[in-house]
Design a binder for this molecule. Sequence first.
Ligand code: ADP
Ligand code: MG
Length: 659
Amino acid sequence: MNIEHLHGVGEKTLEVLYKNGIYTILDLVNYYPYRYEILKPDILDPSFNDMTVTINAVVASEVKISFIRKNFNALRFYVLSNGERLNVTIYNRGFLKRNLTLGKEIILTGKYQALKHSFVASQIKFGVLREMSILPVYHSLNGLKKGNISNIIKSALDSYEGYSLLPLLESKYNLISKKEALHGIHFPKCQEDVSKASRTLIYEELFDFMFKIEYLKSLKDNVKGIKKNVSFSDILKFINKLPFKLTSDQLKGVEDCFNDLVSSKKMNRLLLGDVGSGKTIVSLIIMYANYLAGFQGAFLAPTEILATQHYNSFVSLLESEGIHIKLILGSMTKREKDSIYKKVLNGEVDILIGTHAILNDKLHFKNLGFVVTDEQHRFGVSQRELLSEKNYQPDMLFMSATPIPRTYALTIYGDMDTSMIKQKPSGRKDVITSVKKESELKTVLLHVLDELKSNHQVYVVAPMIDEDEESDLQNVNILKNKFDEAFHGLVPIGVLHGKLKKKEKEMVMDDFKNGKTKILISTTVIEVGVDVRDATLMIIFNAERFGLATLHQLRGRVGRSDLQSYCYLICNSDIPRLKVLENSNDGFYISSKDFEFRGEGDLFGKRQSGDMTFKIANLKRDYDILLQVKDDAKKFVLEHEYLKYEKYKEIVNKIDFTN
Ligand code: ADP
Ligand code: MG
């Protein structure tokens, strides 16, 4: 149902709601308070003289209005509060006069003057503040008065039908109906109401989430893939030609994927591995196997820089095998893209590497057999399903450097088979990390000089581009000047940030890769996974601005060869969590710590697609519930129970058509 007919929603309010992504009754009733205020009425006492208090009172006289000047009026009247007669003044509430009738119960907040028995109110509410009142507090919707949010939600809730939760959940976990729960969350009478309501809403939200995953999994288990014909000995021959020896985890990953490839079941595999663990080569080897079996492959990367880098490594290892590889980027001209589409369609391209541009409707493969998605966490479920929607059932491999701890990842990605790379390539050393204050920059710069002398390269990361008046964050341009000054302009320095044009970015990146520039100062636009093997030192300014997992990913740009690498985290205050990075190079451990330190925050951040953000559940706090409902959801799917419920049929429809 639409919200435009709701009581109290005029054109202006409607506009505000739309702007905030609220279109339906459901959106409104799902707009939960983010905290509650507990209010108690004060009982007047002379010791409160001159203090701000909140009291229950009853209007005890006529209300007089005086107009002091234009747009400025005062209401004056008497009230009784706990037996005391008070003379009340409130400014600019002329519009309340009508409602302040004799005997009306009101709640007054304001300054009490005990000797004069007077009260200058700053706020009047109608009603009685009970011994303990609990008031929801909402994130403000820009342009709406806070009080109005409650009113609008009230009328939304009145016209919202609600439903019983699944009997499966309701009785098993002792939950309440949806309507009751929504009432409890928006208009609680006591804290107990809130906890009962939120428990129900959390269970439902997590169940719905797991339902989707289990449903997807059930589909995939039934999906026939293309059984590919290729021999492992040919793959081993290729592996032996590689410039390095695979770690045993990498080899295991190759085997897992290979088995999927030659089986008649469709591959749906997640390859998890810390930054620098060498996931790319695993996907490249399977790409090769897929080619030998006679199929085209696609490789989806989250950014142009990464796509280009992968393209280069694929070309260097596979072109000599006679394989045709093409790169497609969103920033290419229509002509360039059209020409690639044509070549892909008629089979002149064996492997296509690119960004989202690969997901274009116009792109059709001749016989797509295998799709790799790199840095899977950057794509949503929707995108990861897209390529397989196009009428073919290619094998799918997803790679991720796990921004979340393993247990959580396994639950969330529960619809996939998983391979894990835990070891680093041999000879790799941990990145030696230390936290420094800006006043200690000199020692850091001396270290930079040492590395430069050994012909190594240095990354410098800063959180922002331009000078920000309100903060003293380091930014790339200031840093460039500082470094030029420190090295007397003798060291070639590149600067990279999001505002550069694509061509400019590429040039800066190429110069650094080729060693033309020795120091690269950048915002975080250089992505996880960028591979410059001679880079051995990284300095991250304003380290406190980044989460642990992000810092670890950033740090992963150094330590990509057998050279000893270093990372300095510059931070002027004492931030305990940064110590975690000094002490560990283990991505899994770090992500679990990150999780702890982040607490209640939104685990996945805003960048994630809709299906990863929760309205009320919190993966960390509610992990036990997630595990509980996982089994329920699985049964619900396997026994086709969901077909009995409109709501879940709808969810399924949405998975099929919009994801
Ligand atoms: P990530 O898992 O972060 O994507 P990459 O696949 O980019 O890591 O690999 C990081 C670097 O390690 C690359 O330069 C790659 O060529 C190299 N590498 C991968 N596997 C090995 C190995 N077994 N021995 C030595 N170097 C390797
Ligand atoms: Mg990578």
